[in-house]
Design a protein around this ligand. Structure first.
Ligand code: HSE
Length: 316
């Protein structure tokens, strides 16, 4: 095997009430990553298509995540193989700054691919750790609610960051996602800086009630309970001001059948969940109707949940 081709999925973090802890993996869009193992020490990014990303290795999430993995690999007890490096080619189909996990896809994709090329020395949890270091570079915070669903697929829950404890949640069969990506830039670091560091007890009670009920709704495939639980009283009211027509989108989409939704990650994308492909498509059309009169370019997607997460293929 000469190398691997990786398809790294877009992801929706937070899932309304689950700030920094719940995320899901989308079927589309996906980044394509070509990764080759080399005898020349070091990591080289040979090609980036589809986006202009930092070429300074210290600021490139794929480079940083892979460097963490490589360092750990070379530190392993009795490990002699020092002449090892990687060549990366990135084709970005997930727009950076879109709020659907572009940096996470790059970071998760390269560490997942490198693990295969090295003979699978690391667990998924360790890969998530490495990919989180890429997130730290991208946003100033090593959150896992995009990299975990990218690597583990489906819907994931971070129970704890210290120690890292992440689990997959049940995904109801008919759960679909509509996404609108307004082409404005919101930096995750800025969207985090505007948040309050303290929350009211009454808001906290409201929020953890919703998180618990969302998890129950997913397991019971109770779409009405999922719908009632998709509510964020802590982060969304602050970040919503950054997204044009946010509340109009939410109201109109729910009126025509969406279960509910919110800001995808730190925005500007907005997601809506629906029961079934038919309703999800109608919801996506409604998103188009709300945005078409605005002077903002946008893209929409309708996607099932990606149960597998990152996919890989041999390059022979
Ligand atoms: N949980 C993170 C945030 C996700 O909302 O800041 C960023 O994509």
């Amino acid at each position: 095997m000469k190398g691997v081709k990786i398809l790294a999925p877009a992801t929706v973090a937070n899932l309304a009430c689950g700030f920094d802890v719940i995320g899901l993996s989308l079927g589309i869009p996906e980044d394509e990553i070509f990764l080759y193992k080399s005898n020349t020490p070091g990591i080289r990014i040979n090609k980036i298509r589809g986006a202009s990303l930092p070429t300074d290795p210290k600021k490139n999430v794929a480079f940083v995540a892979l460097q963490f993995l490589l360092k750990k690999y070379q530190q392993r007890e009795n490990f002699q193989e020092k002449k090892i490096g990687f060549e990366i080619e990135l084709i970005k189909n997930i727009h950076p700054g879109s709020g659907i996990g572009s940096s996470a896809a790059s970071a998760a994709g390269v560490v997942f691919g490198a693990n295969i090329l090295l003979g699978n020395p690391f667990s998924k949890k360790q890969l998530i750790r490495f990919a989180m270091e890429g997130e730290r570079i991208a946003s100033g915070s090593a959150h896992a609610d995009n990299v975990a669903p990218a690597i583990m697929g489906g819907v994931t829950l971070v129970r704890s960051y210290k120690p890292l404890d992440i689990t997959n949640l049940h995904v109801p069969r008919e759960l679909w996602v509509s996404i609108i990506h307004p082409q404005i830039e919101i930096k995750t670091s800025d969207a985090r800086d505007i948040l309050k560091q303290k929350v009211l007890m009454t808001d906290a009670i409201h929020q953890w009630g919703n998180v618990g009920a969302l998890v129950a709704g997913l397991y019971q495939e109770d779409y009405a309970l999922i719908s009632r639980s998709l509510e964020d009283v802590i982060v969304e009211p602050i970040r919503a001001t950054l997204i044009p027509a946010f509340y109009e989108l939410k109201i109109k989409c729910k009126e025509i059948g969406a279960l509910g939704g919110g800001i995808s990650g730190s925005g500007p994308s907005v997601f809506m969940l629906s029961k079934g492909n038919y309703t999800a498509k109608k919801v996506t059309e409604e998103m188009n109707r709300v945005y078409s009169p605005l002077k903002v370019d946008y893209k929409t997607y309708t996607s099932p949940i990606n149960q597998k997460g990152v996919k890989w293929f041999k390059i022979i």
